[in-house]
Write a protein that binds this ligand. Sequence first.
Ligand code: F0G
Length: 466
Amino acid sequence: MKMPPEPYRIKSIEPISLLPRLEREDRLKQAGYNIFELVSRDVYIDLLTDSGTSAMSDRQWAGLMIGDEAYAGCRNYEHFVEVARSLTGYKHIIPVHQGRVAENLLFSTILEHGDYIVSNTHFDTTRANVQHKGGIAVDFLTPEAKDLQSDYPFKGNIDLDALRVFLAEHPRQVKACIMTVTNNAAGGQPVSMANIKAAREICRSYRVPFYFDSARFAENAYFIQQRESGYANVPVRDIAREMFAQGDGTLMSAKKDGLANMGGFLAVNDDDLSGKLTELLILIEGYRTYGGLAGRDLEAVARGLEEVTDEEYLRFRTAQVRWLGEQICESGIQIVQPTGGHAVFIDACSVFPHIPREQFPGHALVVELYREGGIRAVEIGSLMFGSIDPKTGSFRPAPYELVRLAIPRRVYTESHLRYVVNVLGTIRQHPERNTGYELIYQSKYLRHFTARLAPVAPAEQGAVTH
Ligand code: F0G
């Protein structure tokens, strides 16, 4: 497959450079082998996240100049609300500075100790916010997603049977269903419209509110257009509207498909709920017409939301990610198939089969990508989601040991990505040079952000467990 040319040209550039290898090794040691601790100027190609890393358009930059920084009622809030409302159809649009604040507001308001939130898959901050409020986050990912190699087109779907059974068994204890589109923690895979509609019907029959986590709604809508029967001729924006019409509201991090560097919102239809959320918003985030954002940021998000459903852009975006996935596969490394919307997810066990899962093979690959090529990626495996069973003390691995190469929107070109493929090819030639890692320090919540690790001496490496 050939990557189509970018449907935009470069107007402003940001220099990047590769540190010498010995210095990269030194930076890793100083960072406690945690790539979140690296400073950005020491990173050559940064695929840590697609969040807040988009290149803004000239129209968005121009929008910054008309930021109205009045405390209350700035004109950019009006534009922000107009765009978000026409896209989602929800009545109340509550700005926040990023998605996890929307999570905090919603769960602080609707959860009591021991309540459940169900989802196709909670993202890590979503799960942590549920747990922080004493709730229990339960995922029901479709069984088709369990086979990483299958090319089922909607591996982000929720398991409808499991959802139905759980709601029947826990009447009144489930406070919401959160449908994550695309399903980031499950490989950036899309959710079909049919699955969304069926899940919402089940939730409605049990009076469980149905919300989206719509950080990547445009990529999801594009996949529906490309893959689901009946949608080939429906504009992406209309698909997005049809999707939002199924819900009671949405959590939105505008740092992804808002094409902005900061921003988000929470949207709901319920007047009473909106009142409670707004009260808390003013307490922890800011007045209701700015929600922790500058007027200029509200404008950048509003313009980003207008741009992101451009179908030429979405065609290039998904093709770029697919191209990277195909090139990596050709070098004999397994990835989650089919490629998702925003990232390629590498199966780290296919690169380092000799590293036991309790020694974090995904993390080992993340470290080696930086050591070998100055590339920053993120582990989505047992360092992020694994745990220790409190009763038995035994290691509970995450479902998979993945490494995510997230592609910032409108930032890197084919030659950058070809470089990434070449570095992976080099790593693949000598996997045995790499050892696993052990944790030296970990925090209670979201440990991967602040963990410190050390390489395990080769002799200590245990038997292969996968
Ligand atoms: N929901 C999803 C599906 C996400 O991917 C993220 C963030 C959030 C919520 C939280 O939003 O960062 O604005 O507070 N994902 C980023 C990532 C961090 O790298 O995937 P936020």
